[in-house]
Design a protein around this ligand. Structure first.
Ligand code: NAP
Length: 322
């Protein structure tokens, strides 16, 4: 038996983002947790790096080739999030390092957020709140009329796990549903081969694809023109999927009616031009951000780590690692 103290006999795990306290507590019970050491203390990180056996972080965490190269003992990357577009999976696979994520446990939450944003931008709910608080109800009377969402035409860009949860909810609002994705699905909804063709046929265009190079600026000036002056864009995917400069231009010129955005190209920085527009609803990347769902995501991220170190099959490896 080794006489090494408990803290060093536990596998070392590097956290690459600020994790929620309930995930940290769970990790600390089984692992030696090094909390963002690569950012806070490069010298201590250089010392610890040779014994780091796993990395954990969130859907926005950067795990690039340069970081991987500094971790010679790395065995796995566990992402607490379904998106993993900032993880260099190809570089990890070169060393047979698997990457896991947390699909499905957040479908309901992100779909709820998408519906909430759609209702907010159509019915101008944040603007209505400001109208009352600013005293304008008393001085200016009733607010201008908003747009009905029930019964409208919805287009979903990316009919995957979350996209299908959005479709299910939209059906309860009596919306007609159409979609685009890489492959046509065995569903009753109308399929369009491109985002532009879909946008031309709908009132609300909800974007819920992965981020990364393949979807970068998929929603561009042409798609926004197709959506038209009565159309609304809702982005709950990744900021990179929408050409933000083209979107600002379209919103300023009335090319589209409005937008509700949970994600941005350069988070947490949001362009001043967007903040100044009254036909947008802005949210700070809260798609999955409830206590209940973040607990479920943390539990799955932890269970993937635990499975690896127990020599068990990983629960939810990303598609490239299956
Ligand atoms: P998923 O099940 O893999 O679905 C992704 C969908 O996007 C699929 O329909 C896929 O088409 C489509 N797609 C992928 N690449 C495409 C491309 N190049 N062109 C057109 N369509 C493409 O993923 P999910 O679990 O629903 O999650 C989707 C994304 O939502 C995540 O990757 C993440 O970026 C984002 N997200 C955001 C939040 C938030 O807080 N705002 C929270 C969670 C997730 P095929 O099925 O034909 O391959």
């Amino acid at each position: 038996m080794s006489a090494a103290p408990t803290s060093t006999s536990k596998p070392a795990v590097l956290a690459v983002m600020k994790l929620p306290p309930f995930y940290i507590e769970k990790l600390q019970q089984s692992f030696e947790l090094l909390d963002r050491l690569h950012q806070t203390d490069p010298q201590a990180f250089a010392q610890a790096a040779p014994r780091i056996r796993a990395v954990t972080g969130g859907g926005e965490s950067l795990v690039d080739r340069a970081l991987l190269a500094q971790l010679p003992a790395l065995e796995m990357v566990s992402i607490m999030g379904v998106g993993y577009d900032k993880v260099d999976v190809a570089a990890a696979l070169e060393r047979r390092i698997p990457v896991t994520h947390t699909p499905d446990v957040l479908n309901d939450e992100v779909a709820d957020t998408a519906i909430g944003l759609m209702l907010s931008v159509a019915k101008k709910l944040p603007q209505a709140d400001r109208y009352v608080r600013d005293g304008r109800w008393e001085t200016q009377g009733a607010m201008p009329l908003s747009r009905k969402m029930s019964g409208a035409r919805l287009g979903i860009v990316g009919l995957g796990r979350i996209g299908q949860a959005i479709a299910k909810r939209a059906e309860a609002f009596g919306m007609s549903i159409a979609y685009t994705s890489r492959n046509r699905k065995d569903v009753k909804h109308a399929y369009f081969p491109s985002a532009a063709e879909l946008a031309a046929q709908v009132d609300f265009l909800v974007v819920i694809t992965p981020g990364g190079a393949a979807t970068r600026h998929m929603i561009n000036a042409e798609v926004l023109r197709a959506l038209g002056p009565q159309g609304y864009l809702v982005n709950v995917a990744r900021g990179s999927v929408v050409d933000e400069a083209a979107l600002i231009d379209a919103l300023q010129k009335g090319v589209i009616a409005g937008a509700a955005l949970d994600v941005f190209e350069n988070e947490p920085r949001v362009p001043q031009a967007l903040r100044e527009l009254d036909n947008v609803v802005l949210a700070p990347h809260i798609g999955s951000a409830t206590v209940q769902t973040r607990h479920a995501m943390a539990a799955l991220a932890f269970d993937n780590l635990a499975a690896h170190f127990a020599g068990q099959p990983l629960l939810t490896p990303v598609p490239e690692c299956r």
